[in-house]
Design a protein around this ligand. Structure first.
Ligand SMILES: Cc1cc2nc3c(=O)[nH]c(=O)nc-3n(C[C@H](O)[C@H](O)[C@H](O)COP(=O)(O)OP(=O)(O)OC[C@H]3O[C@@H](n4cnc5c(N)ncnc54)[C@H](O)[C@@H]3O)c2cc1C
Length: 358
């Protein structure tokens, strides 16, 4: 069968690409996904207790890009949720990212914005050549804060020490020199009011888009010929791991629902860098704003086994990824988190797709 455009993956990348082709080129697009549902890692669903949860971990939309926000706003309204995170350190729940409030509560100080600058300046390691994630934190915050917040958390999450991880991994974590205790400071923030799955189903709702779920690319490929292929799955899997396996981290979730209280914790997410085996606990009601008496939390355990969630950006993986890209045929486009072997937030994926030459 000959098809003009095939998109593998019905996550953010695949859905947005399909919509652009269908709308702007008025061409037909076949979207396939091996999962039984659309929305990829942003998938949300109501659990058996009626609580809206994010099956693959908490997703908070945030962007400074007005174009991205406006494009998505054609398909959804937003709940304007502003994410807040606490970190449990030395027996205290303190705000993340590290801000004046964090330092003042943890060290029992009363620093002003101006004083924080010099307090950090006395502690940060100056003239450090930044080679890895540990260097990033030491040069921004110094050793004590690195050990309290980052050292063990990084190991729990990646099973690697921070000095074995590319500098880009931790440089995403902002440090606040003010009293803003929100986790993100982007201009536009929120969750789709009806959820991500509804948002992506609206994006995919077009007469030129044909969706096939529960369909693995390698099974359908022999029966298809296509003009263009947009592939949003793992690049090493696409090439049948012929050059070797790229590294990934997975996450396992342990859910618990409470019927005796409306809320379990004070904010959406609490990080546990040094205590317990899980990395963090998210309570979904904070994010979704759902009004319901019971509440569900998810404890996250990082794992080397299972479906790929995070790429592991270190030198050897980057080299291997580059080798795979040399094998990409002209009519195949690798777009997205796993396809480009790069951590992308949802807004970055949408931006990438909006500027893509389709
Ligand atoms: C735990 C976690 C938390 C996150 N939190 C946030 C957040 O708060 N804010 C934010 O902006 N971003 C967040 N992200 C990032 C966000 O998930 C990604 O930006 C987004 O999901 C990427 O979309 P994608 O389409 O590239 O990939 P995916 O969502 O992974 O979609 C790829 C799709 O392709 C399908 N597929 C793959 N291979 C095949 C194949 N061979 N055959 C058929 N189908 C295939 C998969 O089933 C999947 O549905 C988070 C990510 C994780 C892992």
């Amino acid at each position: 069968m000959k098809i003009q455009n095939v998109v593998v993956g019905a996550g953010f990348a695949g859905a947005c690409i399909a919509r652009r082709i269908a709308e702007e080129k008025n061409e037909s697009v076949l979207v396939i996904d091996k999962k039984m549902h659309i929305a990829g890692h942003a998938y949300d669903e109501y659990n058996e207790h009626g609580v809206l949860i994010h099956k693959y971990g908490p997703h908070i939309f945030h962007t400074n890009n007005k174009l991205v926000w406006n494009w998505l706003s054609r398909f959804t309204e937003w709940n304007n949720y502003q994410h807040r995170v606490l970190s449990y350190v030395d027996g205290f729940y303190v705000p993340m990212p590290i801000s004046i409030e964090t330092i003042n509560s943890l060290y029992n100080l009363n620093l002003s914005t101006f004083e924080l600058e010099s307090w950090l300046d006395e502690r940060r390691l100056k003239d450090l050549l930044i080679k890895n994630s540990e260097d990033v934190v030491l040069s921004k915050l110094g050793r004590d804060l690195f050990e309290k917040f980052f050292k063990n958390y990084t190991f729990k999450q990646w099973n690697l020490d921070a000095n074995q991880l590319d500098a880009s991994v931790i440089s995403r974590i902002p440090v606040r020199h003010n009293r803003d205790t929100r986790y993100f400071s982007d201009r536009y923030q929120g969750l789709p009011t009806l959820g991500y799955t509804k948002l992506l189903s609206k994006i995919l709702e077009h007469k030129n888009i044909h969706l096939l779920l529960n369909t693995e690319w390698s099974n359908i490929k022999p029966d298809l010929s296509y003009g263009k292929l947009f592939y949003t799955g793992s690049i090493d899997e696409y090439f049948d791991y012929s050059l070797g396996n790229l590294g990934y981290r997975s996450v396992k979730f342990e859910y618990e629902t409470f019927f005796d209280r409306e809320y379990f914790q004070k904010v959406g997410t609490v990080n546990y860098p040094n205590d317990y085996d899980f990395t963090r606990i998210t309570e979904y009601k904070w994010l979704t704003g759902q009004k319901i008496l019971q509440t569900t939390i998810a404890r996250e355990f990082s794992s080397s086994e299972g479906e790929p969630f995070y790429t592991v950006p270190n030198a050897s993986n980057q080299i291997l990824y580059k080798e795979y890209t040399k094998m990409i045929p002209n009519n195949v486009f690798f777009i997205g988190r796993l396809a480009e072997y790069k951590y992308y937030n949802m807004d970055q994926i949408v931006e990438r797709v909006l500027f893509l030459d389709i």
